[in-house]
Design a protein around this ligand. Structure first.
Ligand SMILES: NC(=O)c1ccc[n+]([C@@H]2O[C@H](COP(=O)([O-])OP(=O)(O)OC[C@H]3O[C@@H](n4cnc5c(N)ncnc54)[C@H](O)[C@@H]3O)[C@@H](O)[C@H]2O)c1
Length: 456
Protein backbone atom coordinates (compact mmCIF):
# COMPACT_ATOMS: atom_id res chain seq x y z
CA UNK A 1 0.00 0.00 0.00
CA UNK A 2 2.64 2.51 1.11
CA UNK A 3 4.65 1.83 -2.03
CA UNK A 4 1.69 2.54 -4.30
CA UNK A 5 1.19 5.98 -2.78
CA UNK A 6 4.67 7.11 -3.76
CA UNK A 7 3.96 6.72 -7.46
CA UNK A 8 2.09 9.38 -9.43
CA UNK A 9 1.67 7.73 -12.83
CA UNK A 10 -1.04 10.21 -13.79
CA UNK A 11 1.52 13.04 -13.51
CA UNK A 12 4.24 11.41 -15.63
CA UNK A 13 4.79 13.21 -18.93
CA UNK A 14 5.64 12.39 -22.48
CA UNK A 15 8.52 14.81 -22.92
CA UNK A 16 9.43 15.98 -26.40
CA UNK A 17 13.09 15.47 -27.29
CA UNK A 18 15.22 18.64 -27.22
CA UNK A 19 15.86 18.86 -30.92
CA UNK A 20 17.78 21.69 -32.55
CA UNK A 21 19.40 24.75 -31.01
CA UNK A 22 18.09 26.52 -27.90
CA UNK A 23 18.01 30.33 -27.70
CA UNK A 24 19.21 31.78 -24.41
CA UNK A 25 17.95 35.33 -23.95
CA UNK A 26 19.33 37.49 -21.16
CA UNK A 27 18.02 40.95 -20.32
CA UNK A 28 21.00 42.51 -18.53
CA UNK A 29 24.39 41.44 -19.90
CA UNK A 30 26.39 42.30 -16.77
CA UNK A 31 28.59 40.26 -14.44
CA UNK A 32 26.26 37.29 -13.87
CA UNK A 33 25.18 36.97 -17.51
CA UNK A 34 28.68 37.23 -18.99
CA UNK A 35 30.13 34.86 -16.38
CA UNK A 36 27.40 32.38 -17.30
CA UNK A 37 27.98 32.79 -21.04
CA UNK A 38 31.77 32.65 -20.71
CA UNK A 39 31.57 29.55 -18.52
CA UNK A 40 29.17 27.84 -20.94
CA UNK A 41 31.55 28.56 -23.85
CA UNK A 42 34.51 27.20 -21.86
CA UNK A 43 32.48 24.10 -20.99
CA UNK A 44 31.59 23.56 -24.64
CA UNK A 45 35.31 23.53 -25.43
CA UNK A 46 36.08 21.22 -22.53
CA UNK A 47 38.14 23.97 -20.86
CA UNK A 48 36.19 24.15 -17.58
CA UNK A 49 34.10 22.01 -15.26
CA UNK A 50 30.46 22.82 -14.44
CA UNK A 51 30.92 23.03 -10.65
CA UNK A 52 27.75 24.20 -8.92
CA UNK A 53 25.37 22.87 -11.57
CA UNK A 54 22.90 20.09 -10.74
CA UNK A 55 21.99 19.56 -14.38
CA UNK A 56 25.61 18.86 -15.28
CA UNK A 57 27.07 17.12 -12.23
CA UNK A 58 24.41 15.73 -9.91
CA UNK A 59 23.25 12.15 -9.78
CA UNK A 60 19.74 11.16 -8.75
CA UNK A 61 18.88 7.98 -6.85
CA UNK A 62 16.21 5.81 -8.43
CA UNK A 63 14.66 2.80 -6.71
CA UNK A 64 15.11 1.20 -3.31
CA UNK A 65 18.38 1.31 -1.37
CA UNK A 66 18.62 -2.44 -1.80
CA UNK A 67 18.85 -2.05 -5.57
CA UNK A 68 19.54 1.57 -6.38
CA UNK A 69 20.58 3.28 -9.58
CA UNK A 70 22.34 6.67 -9.65
CA UNK A 71 22.15 8.15 -13.15
CA UNK A 72 23.33 11.67 -13.80
CA UNK A 73 20.32 14.02 -13.93
CA UNK A 74 21.31 14.99 -17.47
CA UNK A 75 21.09 11.33 -18.52
CA UNK A 76 17.85 10.73 -16.63
CA UNK A 77 15.77 13.60 -18.05
CA UNK A 78 15.97 14.81 -21.66
CA UNK A 79 17.82 18.11 -21.27
CA UNK A 80 19.12 20.33 -24.05
CA UNK A 81 22.87 20.19 -24.61
CA UNK A 82 25.18 23.10 -23.95
CA UNK A 83 26.57 22.85 -27.46
CA UNK A 84 23.09 23.79 -28.72
CA UNK A 85 22.93 27.12 -26.85
CA UNK A 86 22.77 30.33 -28.86
CA UNK A 87 23.04 33.51 -26.77
CA UNK A 88 21.54 36.97 -27.08
CA UNK A 89 20.67 39.73 -24.66
CA UNK A 90 19.89 43.36 -24.00
CA UNK A 91 21.78 45.98 -22.04
CA UNK A 92 21.80 49.73 -21.59
CA UNK A 93 25.56 49.74 -22.27
CA UNK A 94 27.01 48.98 -25.69
CA UNK A 95 30.00 46.92 -24.51
CA UNK A 96 30.12 43.48 -26.07
CA UNK A 97 30.26 40.45 -23.77
CA UNK A 98 34.06 40.19 -23.99
CA UNK A 99 34.48 43.78 -22.83
CA UNK A 100 31.95 43.35 -20.03
CA UNK A 101 33.47 40.07 -18.87
CA UNK A 102 36.87 41.79 -18.65
CA UNK A 103 35.46 44.83 -16.83
CA UNK A 104 33.47 42.69 -14.39
CA UNK A 105 36.72 40.96 -13.40
CA UNK A 106 35.06 37.72 -12.33
CA UNK A 107 36.87 35.15 -14.45
CA UNK A 108 40.63 35.59 -14.90
CA UNK A 109 41.79 37.25 -18.13
CA UNK A 110 43.68 34.19 -19.34
CA UNK A 111 40.49 32.14 -19.14
CA UNK A 112 38.40 34.77 -20.94
CA UNK A 113 41.07 35.03 -23.65
CA UNK A 114 40.33 31.44 -24.73
CA UNK A 115 36.81 32.41 -25.79
CA UNK A 116 37.36 36.08 -26.59
CA UNK A 117 36.18 35.80 -30.19
CA UNK A 118 32.86 34.16 -29.31
CA UNK A 119 32.24 36.62 -26.45
CA UNK A 120 33.12 39.65 -28.57
CA UNK A 121 30.53 38.49 -31.12
CA UNK A 122 27.68 38.95 -28.63
CA UNK A 123 26.52 42.57 -28.76
CA UNK A 124 23.71 43.77 -26.51
CA UNK A 125 20.45 44.67 -28.17
CA UNK A 126 19.15 48.09 -27.17
CA UNK A 127 17.31 47.96 -23.85
CA UNK A 128 13.91 48.98 -22.56
CA UNK A 129 15.05 51.11 -19.65
CA UNK A 130 13.82 53.88 -17.39
CA UNK A 131 16.05 55.47 -14.78
CA UNK A 132 13.09 55.82 -12.42
CA UNK A 133 13.37 52.11 -11.69
CA UNK A 134 17.20 51.82 -11.48
CA UNK A 135 18.43 55.20 -10.30
CA UNK A 136 22.18 54.65 -10.14
CA UNK A 137 22.74 53.69 -13.81
CA UNK A 138 23.05 55.75 -16.99
CA UNK A 139 23.48 54.15 -20.40
CA UNK A 140 23.06 55.05 -24.05
CA UNK A 141 21.93 51.76 -25.61
CA UNK A 142 18.24 52.40 -24.99
CA UNK A 143 15.14 52.00 -27.15
CA UNK A 144 12.95 55.01 -27.81
CA UNK A 145 9.24 54.35 -27.51
CA UNK A 146 5.99 56.24 -27.07
CA UNK A 147 4.08 53.79 -24.93
CA UNK A 148 5.13 50.81 -22.88
CA UNK A 149 3.06 48.64 -25.22
CA UNK A 150 5.27 49.91 -28.10
CA UNK A 151 8.31 48.93 -26.03
CA UNK A 152 6.87 45.44 -25.54
CA UNK A 153 6.28 45.13 -29.30
CA UNK A 154 9.91 46.13 -29.94
CA UNK A 155 11.11 43.38 -27.61
CA UNK A 156 8.76 40.87 -29.26
CA UNK A 157 10.30 41.84 -32.60
CA UNK A 158 13.82 41.36 -31.17
CA UNK A 159 12.89 37.87 -29.96
CA UNK A 160 11.25 36.88 -33.24
CA UNK A 161 14.18 38.19 -35.31
CA UNK A 162 16.66 36.33 -33.12
CA UNK A 163 14.70 33.09 -33.47
CA UNK A 164 14.32 33.49 -37.22
CA UNK A 165 17.96 34.37 -37.82
CA UNK A 166 19.18 31.36 -35.87
CA UNK A 167 16.49 28.95 -36.95
CA UNK A 168 15.29 28.45 -33.39
CA UNK A 169 12.11 26.70 -32.36
CA UNK A 170 12.78 27.15 -28.64
CA UNK A 171 14.21 29.84 -26.37
CA UNK A 172 14.34 30.65 -22.65
CA UNK A 173 14.71 34.08 -21.03
CA UNK A 174 16.38 34.76 -17.67
CA UNK A 175 16.33 38.29 -16.21
CA UNK A 176 19.91 39.10 -15.22
CA UNK A 177 19.27 42.84 -15.21
CA UNK A 178 19.80 45.22 -12.31
CA UNK A 179 17.54 45.25 -9.28
CA UNK A 180 14.71 47.70 -9.80
CA UNK A 181 13.18 49.81 -7.04
CA UNK A 182 10.79 48.23 -4.57
CA UNK A 183 7.17 47.97 -5.69
CA UNK A 184 4.13 46.14 -4.40
CA UNK A 185 1.37 44.65 -6.59
CA UNK A 186 -1.29 47.23 -7.43
CA UNK A 187 -4.56 47.35 -9.37
CA UNK A 188 -2.85 47.55 -12.76
CA UNK A 189 -1.08 44.23 -11.99
CA UNK A 190 -4.26 42.38 -11.07
CA UNK A 191 -5.40 41.03 -14.43
CA UNK A 192 -3.95 40.64 -17.88
CA UNK A 193 -6.53 43.08 -19.15
CA UNK A 194 -5.62 45.81 -16.64
CA UNK A 195 -1.92 45.18 -17.32
CA UNK A 196 -2.32 45.56 -21.10
CA UNK A 197 -4.32 48.74 -20.54
CA UNK A 198 -1.51 49.94 -18.31
CA UNK A 199 1.06 49.22 -21.04
CA UNK A 200 -0.96 51.29 -23.50
CA UNK A 201 -1.43 54.12 -21.01
CA UNK A 202 2.20 54.16 -19.82
CA UNK A 203 1.29 53.23 -16.26
CA UNK A 204 4.17 54.23 -13.92
CA UNK A 205 3.54 50.99 -12.02
CA UNK A 206 4.83 48.90 -14.93
CA UNK A 207 8.60 48.49 -14.65
CA UNK A 208 10.91 47.59 -17.57
CA UNK A 209 11.48 44.05 -16.22
CA UNK A 210 7.70 43.46 -16.45
CA UNK A 211 7.76 44.54 -20.10
CA UNK A 212 10.50 41.97 -20.85
CA UNK A 213 8.48 39.31 -19.02
CA UNK A 214 5.38 40.22 -21.01
CA UNK A 215 7.28 40.03 -24.33
CA UNK A 216 8.80 36.71 -23.30
CA UNK A 217 5.44 35.15 -22.46
CA UNK A 218 3.76 36.56 -25.57
CA UNK A 219 6.37 34.73 -27.67
CA UNK A 220 5.88 31.53 -25.61
CA UNK A 221 9.37 31.85 -24.15
CA UNK A 222 9.75 30.52 -20.56
CA UNK A 223 10.94 33.25 -18.19
CA UNK A 224 12.86 33.30 -14.91
CA UNK A 225 13.47 36.36 -12.76
CA UNK A 226 16.93 36.37 -11.18
CA UNK A 227 16.52 39.71 -9.39
CA UNK A 228 14.42 40.60 -6.34
CA UNK A 229 12.18 43.19 -8.06
CA UNK A 230 8.49 42.46 -8.51
CA UNK A 231 8.60 41.70 -12.25
CA UNK A 232 6.82 38.35 -12.82
CA UNK A 233 5.37 38.13 -9.34
CA UNK A 234 2.02 39.70 -10.24
CA UNK A 235 -1.31 38.01 -11.05
CA UNK A 236 -1.46 39.52 -14.57
CA UNK A 237 1.74 37.79 -15.70
CA UNK A 238 0.92 34.51 -13.96
CA UNK A 239 -2.39 34.62 -15.83
CA UNK A 240 -0.53 35.23 -19.10
CA UNK A 241 1.87 32.34 -18.44
CA UNK A 242 -1.09 29.98 -17.98
CA UNK A 243 -2.88 31.36 -21.03
CA UNK A 244 0.22 31.00 -23.21
CA UNK A 245 1.15 27.64 -21.60
CA UNK A 246 4.60 28.87 -20.61
CA UNK A 247 6.52 27.93 -17.45
CA UNK A 248 7.82 30.73 -15.20
CA UNK A 249 10.03 30.88 -12.11
CA UNK A 250 11.42 33.45 -9.68
CA UNK A 251 12.65 35.38 -7.89
CA UNK A 252 16.17 36.47 -6.91
CA UNK A 253 18.94 33.91 -7.42
CA UNK A 254 19.80 32.20 -4.14
CA UNK A 255 23.58 32.49 -3.96
CA UNK A 256 25.88 33.82 -1.16
CA UNK A 257 24.58 34.81 2.23
CA UNK A 258 20.98 33.65 1.76
CA UNK A 259 22.18 30.28 0.51
CA UNK A 260 24.10 29.91 3.78
CA UNK A 261 21.05 31.06 5.75
CA UNK A 262 18.83 28.44 4.17
CA UNK A 263 21.45 25.79 4.88
CA UNK A 264 22.00 26.72 8.56
CA UNK A 265 18.48 27.72 9.68
CA UNK A 266 16.81 24.36 8.84
CA UNK A 267 19.51 22.63 10.92
CA UNK A 268 18.87 24.82 13.97
CA UNK A 269 15.16 24.23 13.67
CA UNK A 270 15.53 20.48 13.14
CA UNK A 271 17.38 20.31 16.50
CA UNK A 272 14.94 22.72 18.22
CA UNK A 273 17.64 25.26 19.02
CA UNK A 274 16.26 28.74 19.65
CA UNK A 275 17.26 31.95 17.91
CA UNK A 276 17.50 35.44 19.40
CA UNK A 277 18.97 37.27 16.47
CA UNK A 278 20.70 37.03 13.11
CA UNK A 279 22.80 39.91 11.87
CA UNK A 280 24.01 39.69 8.27
CA UNK A 281 26.21 42.21 6.58
CA UNK A 282 28.29 42.11 3.46
CA UNK A 283 30.49 44.23 1.24
CA UNK A 284 30.55 44.04 -2.52
CA UNK A 285 31.95 46.33 -5.16
CA UNK A 286 30.47 45.31 -8.48
CA UNK A 287 27.82 47.18 -10.49
CA UNK A 288 25.11 45.24 -8.65
CA UNK A 289 26.50 46.71 -5.42
CA UNK A 290 26.39 50.18 -6.92
CA UNK A 291 22.73 49.72 -7.90
CA UNK A 292 21.89 48.39 -4.43
CA UNK A 293 23.44 51.52 -2.95
CA UNK A 294 20.20 53.26 -3.93
CA UNK A 295 17.64 52.84 -1.12
CA UNK A 296 14.82 51.95 -3.59
CA UNK A 297 16.73 49.00 -5.08
CA UNK A 298 18.11 48.00 -1.66
CA UNK A 299 14.57 47.76 -0.32
CA UNK A 300 13.71 45.17 -3.04
CA UNK A 301 16.74 43.11 -1.98
CA UNK A 302 16.09 43.53 1.74
CA UNK A 303 12.49 42.35 1.47
CA UNK A 304 13.53 39.39 -0.67
CA UNK A 305 16.18 38.33 1.85
CA UNK A 306 14.13 38.99 4.97
CA UNK A 307 11.31 36.51 4.42
CA UNK A 308 13.67 33.53 4.53
CA UNK A 309 14.08 33.10 8.30
CA UNK A 310 10.42 33.39 9.25
CA UNK A 311 9.39 31.01 6.50
CA UNK A 312 11.90 28.38 7.61
CA UNK A 313 11.59 28.76 11.39
CA UNK A 314 7.79 29.15 11.53
CA UNK A 315 7.56 31.30 14.71
CA UNK A 316 3.78 30.84 14.64
CA UNK A 317 4.33 27.14 15.39
CA UNK A 318 7.36 27.60 17.67
CA UNK A 319 6.84 30.90 19.52
CA UNK A 320 9.17 30.00 22.43
CA UNK A 321 12.03 29.40 20.02
CA UNK A 322 11.57 31.92 17.24
CA UNK A 323 9.04 34.61 18.09
CA UNK A 324 11.48 37.33 19.15
CA UNK A 325 14.13 37.07 16.43
CA UNK A 326 16.01 40.28 15.61
CA UNK A 327 16.89 39.88 11.93
CA UNK A 328 19.02 42.63 10.40
CA UNK A 329 20.44 42.73 6.88
CA UNK A 330 23.00 45.23 5.57
CA UNK A 331 24.67 45.47 2.17
CA UNK A 332 27.52 47.94 1.73
CA UNK A 333 28.90 49.04 -1.62
CA UNK A 334 32.69 48.83 -1.37
CA UNK A 335 34.35 49.13 -4.82
CA UNK A 336 37.79 47.62 -4.01
CA UNK A 337 36.21 44.17 -3.62
CA UNK A 338 34.57 44.03 -7.05
CA UNK A 339 32.62 40.79 -7.45
CA UNK A 340 34.50 39.09 -4.59
CA UNK A 341 31.89 39.71 -1.96
CA UNK A 342 32.55 39.14 1.73
CA UNK A 343 29.68 38.35 4.06
CA UNK A 344 29.56 38.15 7.84
CA UNK A 345 26.80 36.55 9.86
CA UNK A 346 26.47 36.70 13.61
CA UNK A 347 23.87 34.23 14.87
CA UNK A 348 22.73 34.34 18.51
CA UNK A 349 21.18 31.03 19.45
CA UNK A 350 20.11 29.39 22.72
CA UNK A 351 19.89 25.78 23.88
CA UNK A 352 19.12 23.54 26.85
CA UNK A 353 18.01 25.59 29.89
CA UNK A 354 18.15 28.76 27.78
CA UNK A 355 21.95 29.02 27.66
CA UNK A 356 23.14 31.37 24.89
CA UNK A 357 25.62 30.43 22.15
CA UNK A 358 26.95 32.17 19.04
CA UNK A 359 27.74 31.11 15.50
CA UNK A 360 29.90 33.27 13.19
CA UNK A 361 30.03 32.76 9.44
CA UNK A 362 32.54 34.61 7.31
CA UNK A 363 31.86 33.74 3.66
CA UNK A 364 34.40 35.01 1.16
CA UNK A 365 32.40 34.22 -1.90
CA UNK A 366 32.23 35.24 -5.53
CA UNK A 367 28.76 36.36 -6.39
CA UNK A 368 28.70 35.64 -10.09
CA UNK A 369 30.57 32.34 -9.72
CA UNK A 370 27.70 31.15 -7.50
CA UNK A 371 25.01 32.63 -9.76
CA UNK A 372 26.23 31.35 -13.16
CA UNK A 373 25.40 27.65 -12.60
CA UNK A 374 21.99 28.71 -11.29
CA UNK A 375 21.31 30.47 -14.60
CA UNK A 376 22.44 27.39 -16.50
CA UNK A 377 20.17 25.05 -14.53
CA UNK A 378 17.21 27.39 -14.86
CA UNK A 379 17.62 27.59 -18.64
CA UNK A 380 17.75 23.82 -18.93
CA UNK A 381 14.96 23.02 -16.47
CA UNK A 382 12.58 25.66 -17.85
CA UNK A 383 13.14 24.33 -21.37
CA UNK A 384 12.48 20.82 -20.02
CA UNK A 385 9.32 22.04 -18.26
CA UNK A 386 8.00 23.53 -21.45
CA UNK A 387 8.64 20.37 -23.46
CA UNK A 388 6.88 18.43 -20.68
CA UNK A 389 3.80 20.64 -21.09
CA UNK A 390 4.13 22.37 -17.69
CA UNK A 391 3.04 25.99 -17.42
CA UNK A 392 2.68 28.77 -14.85
CA UNK A 393 4.73 28.92 -11.63
CA UNK A 394 7.31 26.12 -11.36
CA UNK A 395 7.56 25.81 -7.60
CA UNK A 396 9.94 22.84 -7.91
CA UNK A 397 12.58 25.37 -9.03
CA UNK A 398 12.33 27.28 -5.72
CA UNK A 399 15.68 25.65 -4.86
CA UNK A 400 17.31 28.37 -6.94
CA UNK A 401 15.58 31.43 -5.48
CA UNK A 402 15.77 33.61 -2.37
CA UNK A 403 12.12 34.53 -2.59
CA UNK A 404 10.42 31.64 -4.37
CA UNK A 405 7.15 32.11 -6.20
CA UNK A 406 4.35 29.79 -5.24
CA UNK A 407 0.61 29.55 -5.75
CA UNK A 408 -0.99 32.41 -3.77
CA UNK A 409 -2.81 30.04 -1.40
CA UNK A 410 0.41 28.14 -0.56
CA UNK A 411 3.27 29.28 1.65
CA UNK A 412 6.55 29.34 -0.30
CA UNK A 413 9.13 26.77 0.79
CA UNK A 414 12.54 28.21 1.79
CA UNK A 415 14.29 25.23 3.38
CA UNK A 416 17.03 24.30 0.91
CA UNK A 417 16.78 20.59 1.72
CA UNK A 418 13.02 20.41 1.20
CA UNK A 419 13.46 22.42 -2.00
CA UNK A 420 16.09 19.95 -3.19
CA UNK A 421 13.88 16.96 -2.41
CA UNK A 422 11.01 18.69 -4.23
CA UNK A 423 13.18 19.28 -7.30
CA UNK A 424 14.44 15.71 -7.44
CA UNK A 425 11.01 14.20 -6.78
CA UNK A 426 9.49 16.36 -9.51
CA UNK A 427 12.00 14.94 -11.97
CA UNK A 428 11.16 11.40 -10.76
CA UNK A 429 7.42 12.06 -11.14
CA UNK A 430 7.81 13.54 -14.62
CA UNK A 431 9.71 10.42 -15.67
CA UNK A 432 7.22 7.99 -14.04
CA UNK A 433 9.69 6.89 -11.32
CA UNK A 434 8.97 6.21 -7.66
CA UNK A 435 9.07 9.26 -5.38
CA UNK A 436 11.61 8.84 -2.57
CA UNK A 437 10.59 9.98 0.91
CA UNK A 438 13.66 8.48 2.65
CA UNK A 439 11.50 7.05 5.48
CA UNK A 440 13.23 3.66 5.27
CA UNK A 441 11.13 1.76 7.82
CA UNK A 442 9.93 -0.58 5.10
CA UNK A 443 13.52 -1.92 4.87
CA UNK A 444 13.17 -3.20 8.40
CA UNK A 445 9.48 -3.89 8.93
CA UNK A 446 8.01 -5.25 5.71
CA UNK A 447 7.67 -8.98 5.12
CA UNK A 448 9.59 -8.73 1.89
CA UNK A 449 12.51 -7.05 3.68
CA UNK A 450 12.56 -9.69 6.39
CA UNK A 451 12.72 -12.46 3.80
CA UNK A 452 15.54 -10.67 1.99
CA UNK A 453 17.56 -10.15 5.16
CA UNK A 454 17.07 -13.57 6.78
CA UNK A 455 16.31 -15.74 3.79
CA UNK A 456 13.15 -16.99 5.60
N1 LIG B 1 25.39 37.59 -8.41
C1 LIG B 1 24.58 37.07 -7.55
O1 LIG B 1 24.96 36.26 -6.75
C2 LIG B 1 23.15 37.47 -7.56
C3 LIG B 1 22.31 36.84 -6.66
C4 LIG B 1 20.97 37.17 -6.66
C5 LIG B 1 20.48 38.11 -7.54
N2 LIG B 1 21.32 38.74 -8.39
C6 LIG B 1 20.74 39.74 -9.26
O2 LIG B 1 21.09 39.48 -10.59
C7 LIG B 1 21.12 40.70 -11.30
C8 LIG B 1 22.42 40.77 -12.08
O3 LIG B 1 23.53 40.85 -11.21
P1 LIG B 1 24.94 41.31 -11.78
O4 LIG B 1 25.91 41.13 -10.69
O5 LIG B 1 25.17 40.69 -13.11
O6 LIG B 1 24.70 42.88 -11.98
P2 LIG B 1 25.35 43.82 -13.08
O7 LIG B 1 25.10 45.20 -12.63
O8 LIG B 1 26.75 43.42 -13.38
O9 LIG B 1 24.49 43.50 -14.39
C9 LIG B 1 23.19 43.94 -14.57
C10 LIG B 1 23.09 44.52 -15.96
O10 LIG B 1 21.74 44.84 -16.22
C11 LIG B 1 21.72 45.97 -17.05
N3 LIG B 1 20.38 46.53 -17.03
C12 LIG B 1 19.76 47.24 -16.06
N4 LIG B 1 18.50 47.52 -16.42
C13 LIG B 1 18.30 46.97 -17.65
C14 LIG B 1 17.21 46.92 -18.54
N5 LIG B 1 16.07 47.49 -18.23
N6 LIG B 1 17.37 46.25 -19.70
C15 LIG B 1 18.55 45.65 -20.01
N7 LIG B 1 19.62 45.69 -19.21
C16 LIG B 1 19.50 46.33 -18.03
C17 LIG B 1 22.81 46.86 -16.46
O11 LIG B 1 23.25 47.81 -17.39
C18 LIG B 1 23.87 45.84 -16.11
O12 LIG B 1 24.83 45.67 -17.13
C19 LIG B 1 20.97 41.81 -10.26
O13 LIG B 1 19.63 42.24 -10.21
C20 LIG B 1 21.31 41.12 -8.98
O14 LIG B 1 20.69 41.69 -7.84
C21 LIG B 1 22.65 38.43 -8.42
Amino acid sequence: MSQQSSYYPELAKEIEAPEGPLGVLLPGLGAVATTFIAGSLLLKKGLAKPYGSLTQMQRIRLGKRTNPKFPLIKDFVPLAKLKDFIFAGWDIYKDNCYETALKSGVLPQNQIAKISKELAGIHPLSAVFDKKYVRNLDGSNIKKFKTKMDAAQELIKDIENFKKKNNLKRAVMVWCGSTEVYMTPLKVHETLESFEQGLKKNSPEIAPSMIYAYASLMTKTPYANGAPNLCLDIPALTELSKKQKVPIAGKDFKTGQTLMKTIVAPGLKARMLGLDGWFSTNILGNRDGEVLDDPGSFKSKEVSKASVLDAILEPELYPELYKEIYHKIRIEYYPPRGDAKEGWDNIDIFGWCGLPMQIKINFLCRDSILAAPVVLDLVLFLDLAQRAGLSGIQEWLSFYFKSPMSRPDLKPEHDLFIQHLKLQNTLRILMGEEVLDHSGLDYYESKEAAIKATGK
